[in-house]
Write a protein that binds this ligand. Structure first.
Ligand code: SAM
Length: 218
C-alpha cells in the first residue's frame, strides 16, 4: 500500500509554489507535479528529501531528475493529450508519470537492465502505464516511430540523427547537449522538414550512453 498523506501533499504543494517562483508557468505541468507522489520513488533512507528541488540517487549510479528540470523539460515539450511521446532514460519512472498525467501516450526506453526491470515492475502499481523498452535510446525506437515529441533525460554529446529522423513533422525534441559535466538544454522543432533550434540554460545530467551518446553499454 503506497501512502500519500496530508504531510506529503503539503510538501508537494510547497514544491509547486517553488517551481512557480523559478519560472514554471504551465498550469498542467504544475498540476502534474502536484499530483504525482515523488516520495514513493525514493528509498527509505532518502524519503525526507523527496520534495526538495534536487536530483537524488536511484541506484545503478543513476538519478531521479530535479523537479525543476522535470518541469522545465515537460513545459518545453508543450504536451497535448493523446500525443505519442518518446522518453529516453526511464530511470525511476517519475518523468514518465508526469507525461502520463499530462495525457500523453508514453514510450520510455532505459539502457540499464536492472533499472528497466525495477521500474517496469513498479510504475504500473501506481496506475501509470507507459510502454516500456530496454535498449539504447540514443538510437530511438525505429519500430514505433514517428513520435510527436521526444524527451531525452540524460546528457548527450550531440543531437542523435536517429531522434531527428523519428520526430514527426510539427514535433518537438528536448535534449540536453554538452560535455559530460554540464549541458545546454536544446529545443528542436521540426516544421515542414526544417529544423528550428532554441537554446536554454545549462543543466547537469548523467551521461547519455550508447552508440549516439558517450558510447559504452549499460
Ligand atoms: N527520467 C528519469 C526519472 O524520471 O527518474 C531520470 C533519468 S536519469 C537522469 C537518466 C537515465 O538515462 C538513467 O536511468 C540512465 O540509465 C539512462 N540512460 C543513459 N543512456 C541511455 C541510453 N542510451 N538509452 C536509454 N537510457 C539511457
Amino acid at each position: 500500500m503506497i501512502e500519500d498523506n496530508y504531510k506529503q501533499r503539503g510538501l508537494r504543494n510547497k514544491l509547486v509554489k517553488k517551481l512557480r517562483l523559478k519560472g514554471i508557468h504551465d498550469e498542467a505541468v504544475l498540476a502534474a507535479i502536484g499530483k504525482v507522489p515523488r516520495h514513493v520513488f525514493f528509498e527509505d533512507a532518502l524519503l525526507n528529501h523527496a520534495y526538495e528541488d534536487k536530483a537524488f540517487p536511484i541506484g545503478e549510479g543513476q538519478t531521479i531528475s530535479q523537479p525543476y528540470t522535470v518541469a522545465f523539460q515537460s513545459e518545453k515539450l508543450e504536451v497535448k493529450p493523446g500525443e505519442k511521446i518518446l522518453e529516453i532514460g526511464t530511470g525511476s519512472g517519475y518523468q514518465a508519470a508526469i507525461l502520463l498525467e499530462l495525457g500523453a501516450k508514453v514510450y520510455t526506453i532505459e539502457f540499464n537492465r536492472k533499472l528497466f526491470e525495477k521500474t517496469k515492475a513498479f510504475l504500473p502499481s501506481l496506475g501509470y502505464h507507459p510502454f516500456f523498452f530496454h535498449g539504447d535510446g540514443s538510437l530511438g525506437i525505429p519500430s514505433r516511430a514517428p513520435f510527436s515529441k521526444i524527451i531525452v533525460t540524460a546528457g548527450a554529446p550531440v543531437v542523435p540523427n536517429a531522434l531527428i529522423d523519428q520526430l514527426a513533422d510539427g514535433g518537438i525534441l528536448i535534449i540536453p547537449v554538452g560535455d559530460r559535466a554540464t549541458q545546454k538544454m536544446l529545443k528542436i522543432t521540426k516544421k515542414n522538414g526544417k529544423l528550428l533550434k532554441e537554446e536554454f540554460d545549462q543543466f547537469a545530467f548523467v551521461p547519455l550512453l550508447g552508440e549516439s551518446g558517450w558510447g559504452a553499454s549499460s
